[in-house]
Design a protein around this ligand. Structure first.
Ligand code: ADP
Length: 538
């Protein structure tokens, strides 16, 4: 017997058609370089996105060609998200925070044919253009200045686009976008998403137990659109017709707070470092801003300290933690409400929010320790491995590496975790960040979260430094809040009730700032380099 259902390929083009027909009056707001705002509707979006697709085809785009973007978060970047695939192309988001050498290398490795770039990023283009030559460089006049000679003007391209446009036929497994891992722990590798993987990811991540992203939301994506598809939120927002509010290049906490006054979001997203600064600036300036009470904020990319979740909860903002990777589209686990946990105390509920959440539908998850697969008992710790229809099974043009994929088809994430009996994942570290002291593992994440709960601490990162007796010992790098001072003895005393004595760092370094990666995470590899020659007192 055969199922009688129609065989219609899952397609992003459906999202675009739906947005144009169902939500033509919904707004898309972008902040421009001069800090003013420009407002479009989904009707504009529909027209402009199809014009982009039509223009790319007229420019000679062939199926599967890569079109790179080097853009901030704004409406034109959103047009690329659906316009490039509509023409059969693959949008390749380049990370503007990487060094010019890395950007050039990645564009070459992906064999990008065209580039769509913000005019304000042309100075960066000048620094990597010698490393890869694009056939066409299309400049989005983000600042409003005329596009310099020698480049294609994005607005002119759209204005001149042939009126006739038919979506390029595709299979649901055809590629639509690619993103290189940011290389926090190695050479960047390309992950290629398909119509199918992206549609499934969108449907899952929007579920009520997860982000609950709906047509009623005003979405504020602070996560860059060049980082893991801005966690898939652009696609999901278009699918449900949510209002989108983009910060453009203005990611300073004060600018974000200013923008929240103009279009108060109901859902925002970003890495923890963004929200750490935001809440500190907010609290240091009483009366200057109002926080949007009732907002949900999806926070992930690195562990979210419980103190941060509590700080926002005081203002009626729910921080929902998610865990994922470029390789996982990216949402693979997310904070989740569970009826059976309704009786938990407030403290238990906060502790749970500080965990990485539960595996989302369609994602299989297992923990593999030295003795094989671990039980979900919150104690047995091992490597987190995942499998599913929107999890990558290989990297673009890279030989299959057994360090990254198991023979039976699971992605080895390089993260170390345990799962509890309610299926909540507790991530203790990246394999490379774990500290092995006298044969015992110490979780840098647990120590960081505990240190950041001290009221005088702005940020903390804990790294392993080599030790003649214990192999490695933790070194805590701490940034104090403005006007605050701390010493090692105070922090050691603060940590004592929460950790075994041997887990507490012996050394604390008070520094001005913790270096950030290109995606805004704490850059522990840089700190390890800085303290590579650390000398312990005799
Ligand atoms: P990169 O590997 O360069 O940082 P990704 O953005 O793909 O690029 O990062 C994925 C990694 O980020 C995960 O493997 C994990 O180590 C970390 N991560 C993501 N979300 C969380 C989270 N909620 N808690 C702890 N770590 C996280």
């Amino acid at each position: 017997m055969r199922a009688t259902m129609q065989h219609v390929p899952l397609s992003l083009n459906h999202f675009l058609e739906r947005a144009g027909k169902l939500f033509p009056r919904t707004e898309i707001v972008s902040r421009l370089p001069d800090k003013s705002y420009v407002r479009h509707t989904y009707a504009d979006y529909y027209r402009r996105t199809r014009q982009l697709a039509s223009a790319l085809l007229a420019a000679g785009l062939r199926k599967g060609d890569r079109v790179a973007t080097l853009c901030w978060n704004h409406h034109a970047h959103l047009e690329c998200y659906l316009g490039i695939p509509a023409a059969g192309g693959v949008m390749h988001t380049l990370n503007l925070r990487l060094s010019p050498d890395e950007i050039g290398w990645i564009a070459g490795h992906a064999e990008d044919r065209f580039l769509i770039i913000d005019d304000i990023l042309l100075p960066l283009y000048e620094q990597f253009k010698a490393l890869h030559s694009f056939e066409k460089v299309i400049v989005f006049p983000f600042s409003g200045a005329p596009v310099p000679a020698g480049f294609v003007d994005y607005e002119q391209l759209l204005a001149d686009a042939p009126a006739e446009f038919d979506y390029v036929p595709h299979d649901e497994n055809d590629p639509i976008a690619m993103c290189y891992t940011s290389g926090t722990t190695g050479r960047p590798k390309g992950v290629v998403y398909s119509h199918r993987s992206t549609v499934l990811h969108s449907l899952v991540a929007a579920l009520p137990d997860l982000s609950a992203l709906s047509n009623h939301d005003v979405v504020f994506p602070v996560t860059p659109m060049f980082h893991a598809n801005s966690w898939g939120i652009p696609y999901i927002s278009i699918m449900v017709g949510a209002k989108l509010v983009f910060p453009g290049p203005h990611l300073h906490a004060d600018d974000l707070l200013d923008q929240m006054q103009v279009d108060p979001p109901t859902l925002s997203l970003g890495v923890p470092t963004i929200w750490l600064t935001l809440i500190q600036n907010y609290e240091a300036n009483p009366g200057r801003w109002t926080l949007p009470a009732g907002m949900r904020s999806l926070v992930g990319g690195s562990a979210v300290p419980e103190s941060l979740i509590r700080a926002f909860a005081k203002h009626k903002i729910l921080i929902k933690q998610a865990w994922g990777m470029t390789e996982t589209s990216p949402v693979a686990t997310m904070a989740h409400t569970k009826a059976e946990l309704a009786g938990e105390t407030e403290d238990q509920a906060f502790a749970r929010l500080a965990m990485q959440g539960v595996p989302v539908p369609l994602v299989d998850l297992r923990i593999v320790g030295e003795a094989g697969e671990c039980a979900w008992n919150n104690k047995d710790v091992g490597e987190l491995q995942v499998r599913g229809p929107y999890i990558t099974g290989s990297y673009h043009n890279v030989e299959q590496d057994p360090e990254k994929f198991t023979d039976d088809g699971w992605l080895r994430t390089g993260d170390v975790a345990a799962v509890d009996e309610y299926a909540f994942v507790r991530l203790s570290d990246r394999t490379k960040d774990l500290i092995k002291s006298g044969g015992e593992w110490i979780s840098s994440v647990d120590l960081e979260n505990a240190i950041m709960a001290h009221p005088a601490v702005a940020e903390a990162a804990v790294i392993a430094v080599s030790h003649p007796k214990w192999a490695e010992r933790p070194l805590a790098c701490v940034v104090c809040k403005p006007g605050q001072k701390l010493d090692a003895a105070t922090l050691r005393e603060f940590l004592a009730p929460r950790f075994a004595r041997w887990q507490v760092p012996d050394a604390f370094e008070f520094i001005d700032a913790i270096p950030r990666t290109s995606t805004g995470k704490f850059f522990k590899a840089k700190l390890r380099d800085r303290y590579a020659d650390w000398q312990w007192p005799a």
